[in-house]
Design a protein around this ligand. Sequence first.
Ligand SMILES: [Zn+2]
Ligand SMILES: [Zn+2]
Length: 119
Amino acid sequence: MEEYDYPLQPVEVEVHVDRGEMRVLWSDGHQAVYRFETLRWRCPCAECAGEGGAPGKLAFTTALTPQQTEMIDLQVVGRYGFTPVWADGHATGIYTFRALRAMCECPECARGRQGSIVC
Ligand SMILES: [Zn+2]
Ligand SMILES: [Zn+2]
């Protein structure tokens, strides 16, 4: 497993099961928002995302089940990432801090991705 030297660290992580979202306060003060469904669609594990140029399961998936998009636990992976545990038992995707920060769905970051501002 590759380690990532990323300057930003999560200071506070909140998982809101009722709202289906996860919030991360980053060490630069940015409050990031992630919807469970978006996270699950972006699962970086070999099974979901594919490996060595081969497409993963998600490439052939058109809809996720409620179990697949319900996060029941969140594990910290070393000093560089998180692994969500999903209600269907899936827990192999490691979301690095770098990847997670790039996925932020707050209005500011969403705007930044469309225009030229980089969050
Ligand atoms: Zn996966
Ligand atoms: Zn953001």
